[in-house]
Design a protein around this ligand. Sequence first.
Ligand code: PLP
Length: 345
Amino acid sequence: MSAPATLNVDLDALVANFRALEAVGGVPVHPVVKADAYGLGAEACARRLAAEGARTFFVARTSEGEHLRTGLGAGPAIYVLDGCLAGRAGRLREADLRPVLNTDAQMAEWRAAGGGACGVQIDTGMNRLGFRPEAAPEPFEGLDLVLSHLACADDPAEPMNARQRDAFAAAAARYPGTVRSFANSGGIFLGGDYGFDASRPGICLYGGGPEGRPDDRIRPVATLTAEVLQVRDVPAGESVGYSRGFVAAAPRRIATVAAGYADGVLRSYSPRGLAFAGGALCPIVGRVSMDVCAVDVTGLDVAVGDAAELFGPNRLLDDAAAGAGTVAWELLTSVGPRVTRVYAG
Ligand SMILES: *Cc1c(COP(=O)(O)O)cnc(C)c1O
C-alpha cells in the first residue's frame, strides 16, 4: 500500500455512472464537480468525463472554476453556481467561467464588466439561491442556461417535486432556446418530465444512490481504505480509546487503523460504524480519534499492514453514511487532504 490512508477512485466506474445517468435521464449530463468533485479530485474526474463527451461542468466557487479551467484547458463550459459576486467579474471572465446569476445585483455586476455567456437560477421553492419566478429577469444577450434546483429529489413521494417542476417549466418558457437544466442526481430518477434539456448530477456520479441508499444502477466509485497499524488483545474490563468510549465485556482483538476524523472518519462513526477487515464487516469501537480508529477484529485473521475499508464495494457509501448518522455527500466531502487519492481506470 502506498500510503496509510488512501481514497481509491475508479474512473471507469465514474464513466459507467455517467452513462447510466444519461440513459435514465435521456438528456445530456452536465457533471457537478464542486468541492473538488465531492472530494474525489475535480481535475481527474472532469478530465475523464470530458474525454467521454461531457461538455459542460458546474462548480460552486469562482476559485473552483479557476482551478478547473487550468485542469481542463479551453473548451468545456464551466458554470459557477455562486454567480457573480461583487468584484468577481474580472476573474470569471479571465478564466472563461460562466456565472449562474442569482440576483439583480449580480446581473448588474456582470453587465458592468461587459457581460457575456452566463446562466440564471430560478428559485422554485427551495429558498436558497436564485430569482423568485415573478422577479426573474427578461431574456438578455449572453443568457444561455436557466436552471432550478429540487429541494426533495431524494424522496419520490414528496409532492413538492412536481410543484417545483411545473414552476420551473413555466418560468423557463420565458427564455425560448435557452438550455433548461433542472434535475440533480435524485431528479434524474423522478421521471422523464424532470429531464428538460440537461441534468446536473453530483452524488450519483460518485457512487451514492439517488434516494440516499444503495441503488444497483449506480456503481461504487470511491473506496476509502486505511492500513492496520497495530493489533492487540484487550482483556475483559479494559477500555479502548479516549474517555473509555468502549469497555471490553469479554476479551477482544482490536486493530488500530490509520484513519481518524482528520481523514474523514467522522466521530459519529462510533458506535454504529463498521469497517471491512479480515473479510468481514467489523464494529468501529470507542471514540474515533484524529488519526486512528479502533476496529474489533475478534476471531478474524487481520495483521499489521492489512487494509481496512471504511467505505467502498464492501461497505457501500450510503450504508457507511447512515451508520455515521449522515449522508453520502458529507461523508465524501469529509475525506481529508492528507488522504492520498489514487486513480484507476
Ligand atoms: C450540488 C448541486 C447539484 C448536484 O446535486 P446532487 O444531489 O449531488 O446530484 C446540482 N445542482 C445544484 C444547484 C447543486 O448545488
